[in-house]
Design a protein around this ligand. Structure first.
Ligand SMILES: Cc1cc2nc3c(=O)[nH]c(=O)nc-3n(C[C@H](O)[C@H](O)[C@H](O)COP(=O)(O)OP(=O)(O)OC[C@H]3O[C@@H](n4cnc5c(N)ncnc54)[C@H](O)[C@@H]3O)c2cc1C
Length: 387
């Protein structure tokens, strides 16, 4: 019997350091996520702040960034950490993606030295949680239409608008907020305790229930000039942050899929119908084999993108290829694994339905599948079909 991810001995493509790093994340997930995550999911409450500090201790927050207390690991190692975290739960990986690849990356890439010194070491340690507000109630796939705006008042800025579906918002100390100013779109670092900020938790989620999601309302929030991210000019600034986070998802989705497949293999080996294990039926094996193929292919794709990233050559449309394929296939794997467990497939006793429900969010955020098809279509044809 061969481990699903080891069918092609793909881990032999990793360095000893990369394998050791992945193993350390897997241990953290085994010790601190797996025993509790079903309960977090059912209650819709995860101890995000405590978890952030544990993740910070292992260097997993802003892991791929350098300086300011960040671990500075390779893109491949960062991707492997996303895979292991999402094998626990997509909500835990989302916490890490939003903290490291969106909020911290925006400050690291576009912030002033003062902003970096002030925020990044505490964020890397998990002592301050950040969020990233791009989406608005009326502007999701088309953020260029955003209506959140900041106007000058002397040297200060006054920020007004609403951001929606913001991961970490209910537990965050700061938000990187994208807003329209006279010159175009720019970013601000907004401490959420400022007067005029309201944070509303979004309840009733059927997906990513172990992740905190919120609405942020800004009503003439006064910010000093130093709150603006000086290097962030135009929509390409937040889009470059999204490319970072999407790269993590390319790997992360494989973790959810691996956990589903491992669960299904174990279950079908032990469950007997018609006098033999379900795993011994040809139809079961056809499903398992096809899922293992997609998992291996997705892993090769993620690793290829990771090696390109480490060589400084990764292009946004290549990340779109990875996100589109790996999330779509992970969701298909989760759904097929669900069938293999029969009625138990819908039970919270097993992780499959939780992963499947989570992956519905992962399919939508950081660019929907359709948006990534349009990105790839534009690259192939030279024609934009967005509008
Ligand atoms: C759990 C969760 C967490 C999130 N966290 C964050 C966060 O931290 N920060 C943040 O800023 N946002 C976050 N989001 C928001 C997410 O990025 C948006 O939901 C996403 O961009 C899609 O926007 P929308 O929901 O408004 O859908 P819409 O843009 O209204 O799209 C609805 C449907 O129409 C399709 N569509 C749209 N335009 C086109 C087109 N031109 N051609 C064809 N089809 C099209 C879409 O693909 C989709 O299928 C989160 C979302 C979820 C669910």
């Amino acid at each position: 019997m061969t481990d699903a991810i080891e069918l092609l001995a793909l881990e032999s493509l990793l360095s000893a350091e990369e394998r050791a790093f992945a193993d350390s994340v897997r241990r953290l997930v085994d010790d601190q996520v797996r025993p509790h995550v079903a309960e977090w999911y059912e209650s819709g409450r995860a101890p995000v702040r405590e978890l952030a500090r544990e993740l910070g201790k292992l260097g997993l927050l802003g892991a791929h960034l350098t300086g300011y207390g960040c671990a500075g690991v390779s893109a491949v190692a960062y991707g492997l950490s996303c895979l292991e975290l999402e094998a626990g739960d997509s909500g835990v990986r989302s916490l890490v993606s939003v903290q490291g690849s969106l909020a911290m990356f925006a400050i690291w890439k576009f912030g002033s030295e003062e902003q970096k010194q002030h925020w990044l070491p505490r964020m890397a340690a998990g002592e301050a949680i950040g969020c990233f507000g791009l989406t608005e109630p009326d502007h999701g796939s088309d953020p260029a239409g955003m209506t959140t705006r900041a106007v000058r008042d002397g040297d200060d800025w006054l920020l007004t608008g609403t951001k929606m579906w913001i991961t970490n918002a209910p537990v965050a100390e700061l938000a990187v907020i994208w807003a329209r100013v006279e010159q175009g779109i720019t970013g601000f670092v907004v401490p959420l305790a400022e007067p005029g900020v309201t944070v509303n938790e979004i309840g009733n989620k059927m997906s990513l229930r172990a992740s905190a999601t919120g609405e942020l309302v800004f009503d003439n929030v006064r910010l000093p000039a130093s709150a603006q991210l000086p290097g962030a000019r135009g929509l390409k600034a937040p889009l470059s942050c999204l490319t970072e986070a999407r790269y993590g998802i390319v790997w992360g989705a494989l973790g959810a899929a691996r956990d589903c497949l491992e669960t299904a293999i174990s279950y079908t080996r032990n469950r007997e119908q018609f006098g033999r294990p379900l795993a011994g039926f040809q139809l079961t094996q056809a499903k398992l084999a096809d899922m293992a193929l997609e998992l291996q292919k997705g892993y090769l794709l993620a690793l290829h993108l990771g090696r390109l990233a480490d060589a400084g050559q990764l292009q946004p449309e290549q990340v779109s290829v990875g996100k589109l394929n790996n999330v779509r296939e992970a969701l298909a794997i989760a759904r097929t694994c669900r069938t293999l467990l029969g009625a138990n497939g819908i039970s919270g006793e097993y992780p499959i339905m939780r992963h499947a429900n989570n992956l519905e969010s992962v399919l939508t955020y950081e660019g929907t599948s359709e948006v990534h098809q349009l990105v790839i279509g534009q690259k192939l044809t030279g024609l934009s079909a967005f509008a």
